[in-house]
Write a protein that binds this ligand. Structure first.
Ligand code: 13P
Ligand code: SF4
Length: 308
């Protein structure tokens, strides 16, 4: 079978089995093409709550499928590749956060959506990279503990100077691998290019960029700008998607290291096999108890309320 045939088969199976495919923008082009909804973490969360189909298939990483399940608890939610997890989501345990909360009960805990459901259950508000600044500004609290990403947390703290934001050591190993000297070298190699980076990068990198924002923020900036050249400082798929969409512009990757091995685990064949397997038990279904959903959903509902 070639790629087009597999894509056609997936489109048929989607209809037959009433499946909605959600794909994060870091997924490969051939997956984005057959998805019903693509976007950044915030868009996927909001759209997951509105899905009418019986089944949702997430092409992304585990916490994204878990979030979709929490927002559509009556649907069956599947993850296209069960091994695709985000290392940042596993960095902190709820017990540690409970200890910190007991020490400072008036400090509200804001968690990045890249966290497990059991960690979300002990947090007050969830954020995504595109909604973090707005949500923290809208919160009725001045003292905040931001977990787990200290780079996104620093970015939020800089944008919200009136808030007292405490950070812990955590973050995305992929984005945080980019160094200041790499961004300097990329700028020297492409002096006319605008540099667009994700706030999961270290502050020394975001400070040298022309724009720092979420995946969709970066894509919108490139789409709306009159500039012709861009250095893209987020997962390398984004430079590729943008290059297809805007062939008259040039997109360069900031670093070869920004390739997320977890996002890249999902293949078109995984999507095909998952679609085949939704009714026979072979696709990987997200299972959560009502209690797990209810306790973790509070901070997701707060995200949608404060970020909407
Ligand atoms: P956004 O989709 O919120 O930009 O996050 C990027 C990311 O690393 C997802 O895992
Ligand atoms: Fe996790 Fe970073 Fe990969 Fe996103 S890019 S899934 S934050 S490791």
């Amino acid at each position: 079978m070639n790629i087009n045939t597999v894509q056609q088969e997936i489109l048929k199976l989607k209809k037959e089995k009433d499946i909605c495919i959600l794909a994060h923008s870091y997924q490969a082009k051939e997956i984005v093409e057959i998805a019903d909804i693509t976007g950044d973490s915030y868009k996927l969360s909001v759209e997951a709550a509105k899905v009418q189909n019986k089944n949702i298939l997430m092409c992304g990483v585990h916490f994204m499928a878990e979030t979709a399940k929490m927002l559509s608890p009556d649907k069956r939610v599947f993850l296209a590749n069960p091994q695709a997890g985000c290392p940042m989501a596993e960095q902190m345990e709820p017990e540690m956060i409970e200890v910190l909360k007991a020490k400072e009960p008036d400090r509200k805990v804001v968690c990045y959506v890249n966290t497990t459901a059991k960690l979300k259950a002990v947090c007050d508000v969830c954020v995504t990279s595109s909604s973090a600044v707005k949500i923290v500004k809208n919160m009725d609290a001045d003292k905040i503990l931001f977990i787990p990403d200290c780079n996104l947390g620093s970015f939020v703290a800089e944008a919200c100077p009136d808030k007292d934001i405490k950070l812990l050591q955590g973050g995305c190993p992929v984005h945080a691998s980019v160094t200041k000297s790499e961004i300097e070298a990329a700028k020297a190699a492409h002096p006319n290019a605008k540099v667009l980076v994700h706030p999961e990068c270290i502050p020394a990198v975001t400070k040298l960029a022309d724009y720092a924002g979420s995946t969709s923020g970066i894509m919108e900036y490139a789409a709306n700008s009159d500039d012709k050249e861009f250095i893209i400082g987020t997962e390398i798929s984004i430079a590729e998607h943008l290059q297809y969409r805007f062939p008259e512009k040039d997109f360069y990757i900031l670093s070869k290291k920004i390739m997320c091995p977890n996002m890249k685990l999902t293949t078109l064949i995984d999507v095909y096999k998952s679609c085949q397997g939704v009714d026979d038990g072979s696709a990987f279904e997200i299972k959560m108890t009502d209690e797990e959903i209810a306790s973790a959903r509070v901070c997701i509902d707060e995200m949608i309320r404060l970020g909407g």
